[in-house]
Write a protein that binds this ligand. Structure first.
Ligand SMILES: Cc1cc2nc3c(=O)[nH]c(=O)nc-3n(C[C@H](O)[C@H](O)[C@H](O)COP(=O)(O)OP(=O)(O)OC[C@H]3O[C@@H](n4cnc5c(N)ncnc54)[C@H](O)[C@@H]3O)c2cc1C
Length: 812
């Protein structure tokens, strides 16, 4: 047999080995068989190829030899290119756990892992809380009044929150807390947020990263016994102060310092810190009774030991302590409490350090460890609430609002934003629930929490912007009946807090993901840093050669799966969405390949290449969000009617992933790498262009009428069937308008184009008189018109009131 015939056999054989991630020994064996075959079928027997194969085989398979000949110099090189990492960066990377994100990084996600995970459900107690105190709270909230008249929650709401332990959802029962699951916390925040952002933020903060969370994990027994019951009962209002004028995103660079000294506390001389700080933007700060404060501990006089810079430290400081100045309030566009505070020479006894003296200097690690849980719950729930409210109200508005004699939702131009709202909201909700599931399984998924925070707040921004455009003037003019503008105004808060979004996308998601979720990179880094050189070399060598095999495998898998459209990838039976799972598997392989090549060729420089890192972040995000969509559809029992929204969300995610892969290849910072890899990543060019117009039409249609799909999509919102409530009014208007439509069609058929809202009364009379419709039908249309008039109305205010306001400002 000639070489021409053997070449494809060799390529296929090695391709199969790479695709299947076969061990090195199998590669060597197969190489020997192939060599024998080549020689026996005419290549001629020759010793040299056997010597070469034998030498390579021994070198790679005999680990002790491989380590000393290859592993050692490679590890030396690896150490030299490893970017320097500050201790704060290291703590951030070490923090938390990984889950499905690691599967997505593997290039070969095992879908059964995801699909077999039972969805987190609510307990009876949690359901009762949602149906009881949460509903009652929502009925007490008047967001217009809160934001435009009171500039605060009413006193009765504050006491209701304390009485029903809304601030203690994360605190264990033994300390008087509610000890709710992540899923329950998410549902509570989502429902409150659908009623009032200010109330939701007020509830979120004590249940996110802050004194309660830190005390539970790191507090001393005495601190827990003292503070947790008081926090549970709402007797203490906590705030957490990390950010200052000079340290925002780069919180670790804070200038706030505490110097170890002796001072008087409870009549005795004790060790503590003399702390000075200036913080800003602190939520609940203006009303806080205890301040969780992060500062840098210093010990210039060596009172605690040799070390002078002890590191970031967290303390709990009563706000009535001498030297603490709780300043005025910021105005972040919502009425929740937020403001600056300072401390001047405040004596903080060691007893106030969270966890006591043993935890001095561990503050950053504590924060990073605890950040992921709250970040994965509160803001993602708030973002989803924004999407759900936008979906429900915009669909209704687009049906009741007519221009050019038809509901505006029937215009193709309006279908586009409607479809986006529906698809993005479904995706956010699916990811919200999936991540709560991961948390309830005991995980602290740091990368997923960043993905959720970023995508669900950006999703909310998208949905609210679209909703504003569809409502147009109805959403622009402020007033009690405007259910959108307040959310629109406070969207930037969600975008900014707990890791501002640009930073989260361009630095954190992939920066942390590449190390934490990658199957080998962290192992290599830890091995290279191991002070026991022998153990380090052994671990490094194992990880490195597995890593090489992993990269080669992903090269082959990326190509093969791209050419076959992912069809040959094993996928569970997902019915109508099976093909999406295989496409995502294909994208996962391409992502893993590019991620490896980027790390290999850019090394530490990748950190600065935020445009590349941001695209990787989008790919990982959408791999995750799309997985969540698949899981949600399965968990819901594959309801056929939801398929348009599911497909829209998945098509959109695939298009974004592919566009970002293309962007990485086009912009790869090392010359030649992009063109070289393109045939392995996008051999057939770009195939996914997002949802079709027809699919968008189908999604928009689902939002325009009451249905089980619409209810599932917006489940968990606070809704009242009351004309007194602006959202309730719109909902009732939708029902009436739909009920009246068949009557209008009869009239249109009988009287043609002369039917419109301006002459409707006359048309109705004529219709009844001529027997086209009966009196009851005429009444239906009148009612629909009447309620629509009220639902589309905007608020107006006496001009004099405005004059007074500005006069007041001038006087002030
Ligand atoms: C309403 C509100 C409530 C808050 N509540 C609290 C609280 O309770 N406690 C608390 O401690 N803090 C709180 N914060 C502070 C919040 O966490 C910070 O605002 C946030 O960390 C960003 O800091 P900054 O506003 O100073 O922006 P900066 O850090 O100045 O960032 C400005 C921009 O630069 C981007 N950026 C920064 N670094 C990078 C980078 N390396 N790569 C790419 N982009 C980058 C950011 O994404 C942002 O877009 C709150 C803020 C607000 C507005």
């Amino acid at each position: 047999m000639s070489g021409i015939i053997w070449l494809p056999i060799i390529i296929v054989a090695f391709g199969v080995l790479a695709y299947r991630r076969s061990p090195l020994a199998t590669w060597t064996g197969v190489a020997a068989v192939l060599l024998l075959g080549v020689q026996l079928t005419g290549g001629g027997l020759s010793l040299l190829p056997w010597i070469v194969l034998g030498a390579v085989g021994v070198l790679l398979n005999v680990k002790s030899l491989r380590r000393s000949v290859l592993g050692k110099p490679i590890m030396k090189w690896f150490k030299s290119v490893l970017p320097p990492m500050s201790s704060t960066e290291k703590d951030a990377i070490d923090a938390g756990t990984v889950w499905w994100d690691a599967e997505l990084f593997s290039g070969r996600p095992n879908w059964n892992t995801l699909l077999r995970t039972p969805r987190a459900e609510l307990t009876d107690e949690e359901k009762a809380f949602l149906e009881g105190p949460v509903e009652e709270l929502c009925r007490m909230l008047d967001d217009w009044k809160i934001n435009h008249e009171l500039d605060d929650l009413p006193p009765e709401v504050w006491s209701f929150l304390g009485k029903h332990r809304f601030f203690a959802m994360i605190i264990p029962k033994e300390y008087g807390g509610l000890d709710f699951s992540a899923r329950a916390q998410s549902e509570v925040v989502m429902k409150i947020a659908s009623r009032s952002g200010a109330a939701a933020v007020t509830v979120m903060v004590p249940n996110s990263l802050g004194p309660g969370e830190l005390l539970m994990h790191y507090g001393t027994q005495e601190q827990k016994q003292h503070f947790l019951p008081r926090l549970s009962r709402g007797e203490e209002i906590p705030a957490f102060a990390l950010t200052g004028p000079w340290a925002g995103s780069d919180a670790g660079s804070m200038p706030d310092a505490g110097v170890v000294c002796k001072g008087e506390y409870k009549g005795k001389e004790v060790l503590g810190f003399r702390v000075n700080w200036a913080k800003r933007y602190i939520t609940l700060g203006p009303v806080a009774t205890i301040l969780g404060l992060a500062f840098k501990a210093q010990d210039p006089d060596g009172l605690l030991g040799q070390q002078k810079d002890l590191g970031i430290t967290c303390a709990l400081i009563p706000t009535d302590t001498p030297g603490v100045e709780i300043g005025l309030r910021h105005d972040p566009g919502g009425a929740f409490m937020n403001g600056p505070n300072t401390g001047t020479d405040v004596f903080v006894p060691m007893e106030w350090i969270i966890g006591g003296q043993a935890q001095v200097g561990n503050g950053w690690k504590m924060l990073m460890d605890c950040l992921s849980v709250g970040r994965a719950i509160s803001l993602p729930a708030l973002g989803t609430a924004g999407g759900k409210a936008a979906a429900r109200m915009t669909g209704a508005y687009a049906r009741v609002r007519r221009q050019f004699k038809i509901p505006i939702g029937r215009f193709e131009g309006i279908e586009e934003p409607l479809a986006r709202i529906g698809g993005v909201t479904y995706r956010m909700d699916a990811a919200r629930v999936l991540t709560a599931t991961a948390l309830d399984l005991g995980g602290k998924p740091s990368v997923l929490s960043a993905i959720l925070k970023y995508n669900n707040t950006e999703g909310m921004r998208q949905a609210i912007n679209d909703a504003m455009d569809v409502h147009a003037g109805r959403a622009v003019c402020l007033g009690p009946s405007n259910y959108l503008a307040q959310t629109y105004q406070t969207v930037p808060v969600a975008i900014t807090v707990e890791g501002a979004n640009i930073l989260t996308r361009s630095m954190i998601i992939f920066g942390q993901g590449a190390i934490r979720c990658h199957p080998y990179v962290l192992k290599e880094m830890l091995a290279a840093a191991d002070p026991d050189e022998q153990a380090g070399l052994k671990a490094f060598d194992d990880a490195f050669f597995a890593h090489v095999g992993f990269t080669i495998s992903n090269l082959v898998r990326s190509l093969v799966l791209a050419v076959t459209g992912g069809r040959i990838a094993p996928a569970p039976d997902l019915g109508p969405t099976s093909a999406y799972a295989t496409r995502l598997t294909r994208m996962s392989a391409s992502f893993a390949l590019l991620a490896d090549i980027a790390m290999l060729t850019l090394g530490g420089d990748l950190k600065r290449r935020e445009k590349i890192s941001g695209r990787f972040a989008d790919i990982l995000s959408h791999l995750y969000m799309a997985s969540a969509v698949l899981k949600r559809f399965e968990d819901d029992g594959r309801p056929e009617e939801d398929l348009p929204i599911v497909r829209w969300a998945l098509d959109d995610s695939l298009a974004i992933i592919e566009e970002r892969l293309d962007g990485i290849l086009r912009n790869f910072p090392v010359a030649g790498v992009g063109p070289l890899l393109r045939p392995f990543v996008l051999p057939l060019g770009r195939r996914f262009r997002g949802a079709s117009d027809q699919l968008g039409h189908n999604v928009a249609k689902l939002l325009l009428s009451p249905s089980a799909t619409r209810d599932r999509l917006t489940d968990g919102l606070f809704l009242q069937r009351s004309e007194e409530d602006p959202m309730g009014l719109m909902e009732l208007a939708l029902e009436k308008v739909i009920a009246g439509e068949p009557v209008e069609r009869k009239l249109a058929k009988a009287f043609g184009a002369s039917v419109n809202t301006v002459n409707m009364d006359a048309v109705l009379e004529k219709g009844v008189a001529e027997g086209v419709i009966d009196a009851a039908e005429a009444e239906l249309v009148r009612e629909a018109m009447d309620i629509t008039t009220r639902a589309i109305a905007v608020d107006d205010f006496p001009g004099v009131e405005k004059k007074d306001k500005s006069a007041g400002q001038e006087a002030a």
